[in-house]
Write a protein of this length. Structure first.
Length: 406
């Protein structure tokens, strides 16, 4: 592990934490926490999962894929809730769960409203906080909104900062975080990808299901996989992105597959703008292994998703990020991704350049990923048990040339 990390005095003897509560509420959190939950179970740690239900329908898919079942299912979401209402309800509900379960540590992941609420509830309850995927920053509190503020606020109260990369570690050090509290682990999303991808490669029946479900994909055309859901893109941003996709779909050699997020701010506008457009397939959100299957087949991905920025390098697929800034610059620096914003007049030439210059790609081949080696959860668990030296350290996650998206 990072050589600068040593044990904090209050945790110098025996297991640091015997009872751990994981708080999650969205599909990405569930994906990235699944390997951690598995590692804690294998280590024999008393552990419970609390779900706020922030992405209720899409959470169920992930729970099914990874065999997870929340110990506490708060079912807090209701139509039309404001961010403050979600956060307030989640803080109150998670506080009650903490009082009942009495954990030594609460784990939160990333930058969602659920993560912020879980960390706040733990802090108010006098319980230690572990922040998985700590240290990501754009430097702009409004982009992404409210995620940038959430991750900074969690950082203020966290006892442990599990940073996915060296850059994330440096961000935390610049903010004055005690270096003994920072552990560079890699990103647990790469662990989940490794686990699910191995299963997809080995399970012929599962792969056959994917091939059947996506039989409409024309192998003679270049597949462009699209996702879009960021709050800061609601309204005009998404409209501009859809205009760019409509122009791209006019190419006869292209087909676009877009699993549309269930948020009404995304679903309605997407179908209004792209429904019925030739070469565009608007489909319901897909299960995690199905998204892996699509990424394997894609010639290009267009997305504002942070998780996809992390996953795409493992497939050697080029990514156009429909954002102006990113808290994951490692993918851009490695040549795996390029920031294009939502300008439709910028999207089209960038997409064409990628599609016309993309070389052959071997499906299933190993690609260097600047975000992790697939064993972050093991490192996190070792720290919680007080035995970090028992785990092999990361070699490096400094960005290097990869897919050539300059």
């Amino acid at each position: 592990m990072n050589a600068s990390i040593t044990s904090v005095d209050r945790f110098t003897t025996g297991p640091r934490y015997r009872r751990v509560l994981t708080v999650l509420g969205t599909r990405p959190e569930a994906i990235k926490f699944a390997p951690v939950v598995r590692a804690l179970a294998q280590a024999g740690v008393d552990h419970a999962v609390c779900s706020t239900g922030q992405h209720r329908e899409m959470l169920a898919q992930v729970f099914k894929v990874f065999g997870l079942k929340p110990t506490y299912d708060l079912q807090l979401m209701a139509a039309g809730q404001a961010l403050g209402e979600i956060a307030g309800a989640a803080v109150a509900a998670v506080t009650r769960v903490i009082a009942e379960y009495k954990p030594d540590l609460v784990l939160v992941q990333g930058d969602t409203t659920t993560a912020f609420a879980g960390a706040a509830a733990a802090f108010y309850s006098g319980v230690a906080v572990g922040h998985v995927e700590a240290g990501l920053r754009t430097g702009d509190l409004r982009s992404p909104f409210p995620e940038e503020a959430n991750r900074k606020l969690i950082g203020v109260v966290a006892d442990w900062h599990f940073a996915p990369t060296l850059r994330a570690q440096q961000n935390l050090l610049k903010e004055g975080v005690d270096p003994r509290r920072i552990v560079v682990t890699g990103n647990t999303g790469i662990d989940a990808l490794r686990i699910a991808r191995e299963r997809l490669l080995k399970d012929a029946a599962l792969r056959g299901e994917c091939e059947g479900k996506f039989g409409f994909i024309d192998p003679t055309k270049k597949l462009v996989l699209v996702t879009g859901h960021r709050r800061e893109n609601f309204g005009e941003g998404l409209a501009r992105m859809f205009a760019g996709l409509e122009r791209l779909a006019q190419r006869p050699d292209v087909q676009i597959v877009y699993p549309v997020h269930l948020n009404p701010n995304v679903k309605g506008p997407a179908h209004a703008a792209l429904g019925g457009v030739n070469n565009v397939h608007l489909i319901a959100p897909v299960e995690y292994h199905e998204m892996i299957y699509l990424m394997e087949r894609a010639s290009l991905i267009v997305s504002d998703s942070g998780g996809i920025q992390e996953e795409a390098p493992s497939f050697g697929v080029r990514l156009l990020v429909t954002r102006d800034v990113t808290e994951r610059p490692e993918a851009v620096e490695a040549g795996c991704a390029k920031l294009i914003g939502t300008d439709p007049y910028k999207m089209l030439p960038e997409a064409i350049r990628v599609l016309e210059n993309a070389g052959p790609r071997v499906i299933g081949a190993a690609h260097h990923n600047p975000f992790g080696d697939g064993y972050a959860a093991t490192r996190i668990c070792a720290v919680l048990l007080g035995v970090p030296d028992a785990v092999s350290p990361l070699s490096t996650f400094q960005a290097g040339s990869a897919s050539g998206l300059k």
